[in-house]
Design a protein around this ligand. Structure first.
Ligand code: GUN
Length: 289
């Protein structure tokens, strides 16, 4: 039987450690690590995500502030806010919730965030650092995937890994992290031919395609480890809906281990965001010492 890798339990452990570290940090420095979340517009999902991030910060003893801007705000106003947050030494982490309204160039916004405060790890400096293995802040969901994967497979050297999905937020950075750990990595997209066969050779599958139940049981080799990043809402016959992953999890009992949806990668993302905020605050508090 495949074992289930609980992201809920792993995130709880991470947050408990972080609560202790944040208390120590605050005692030493006289201020708490501080995250600012910037929310533009009225997207209901974005409001829920940002509220969860803010609440979780407070639970571990960090400061968190939410800045709301109207949906029709100009790019100039948003860039001015980010410049002010960059210059404010009481702010250690800046997160601009995506997606942004159409009149705003997201790339330009992400480029403006001080890389030392870029707790999402989306700034080109941090992307470059990740791809050259030279530190920097790592995107939260990929970091969560790696923590869960290494909880069941501590040594990844020589493993064959397949990543399905090539987004800047998950697919590409997770591929970089797997490479860094010595895996041989194949990154697949929607147009990959023989996706099932490519997956059947894999010791590790990271599914981040955004397609419900894309990965079937016969795609998964016996003994493989499967990390499911998908969060897909599907309609049920009775009119209700349910969240499912990118993997047909009831078909993969022959895997060694897999992350469930919900309760897998999802809870790790916020925990890793807080970890990044703590690390950013630590790095910034060392400057000038
Ligand atoms: N929107 C969806 N996922 C993310 C994320 O990881 N960070 C930010 N800032 N926005 C998102």
């Amino acid at each position: 039987m495949a074992s289930i890798i609980s992201g809920t339990a792993a995130a709880e452990g991470l947050l408990a450690d972080l609560t202790r570290d944040v208390a120590r940090f605050s005692q030493v420095h006289g201020y708490a690590p501080t995250l600012v979340a910037v929310l533009v517009g009225d997207d209901p999902a974005s409001h829920i995500y940002v509220r969860k991030k803010i609440e979780q910060c407070r639970k571990v003893g960090m400061e968190s502030v939410e800045h709301r801007l109207p949906a029709d705000c100009s790019e100039e106003d948003l860039l001015a806010l980010i410049a002010a947050l960059n210059a404010d030494e009481r702010v250690h982490g800046i997160l601009v919730q995506l997606p942004l309204p159409a009149q705003i160039d997201s790339g330009k916004v992400l480029d403006t965030i001080d890389p030392r405060k870029d707790v999402d790890g989306f700034h080109p400096v941090n992307v470059g650092r990740l791809s050259t293995g030279t530190g920097g802040l790592v995107p939260c969901t990929p970091m969560g995937c790696m923590i869960l994967l290494r909880s069941v497979l501590p040594d990844l050297k020589g493993k064959q890994a397949v990543v399905i999905g090539k987004s800047n937020i998950v697919g590409k950075p997770v591929a970089m992290l797997l490479l860094e750990q010595g895996c041989t990595v194949t990154v697949c997209g929607r147009h990959t031919r023989n996706l099932a066969e490519v997956c059947r050779d894999a010791d590790i599958i990271v599914a981040a395609a955004g397609t419900p139940h894309l990965v079937k049981g016969y795609w998964v080799k016996a003994g493989a480890v499967v990390i499911d990043v998908g969060i897909n809402r599907i309609a049920l016959d009775d009119g209700r809906s349910r969240i499912v992953g990118d993997v047909a999890s009831d078909e993969i009992g022959h895997a060694a281990a897999f992350t469930p949806v919900p309760g897998g990668v999802g809870p790790m993302t916020i925990a890793c965001l807080l970890l990044n905020t703590f690390r950013a605050a630590e790095a910034q508090s060392l400057v000038g010492v």
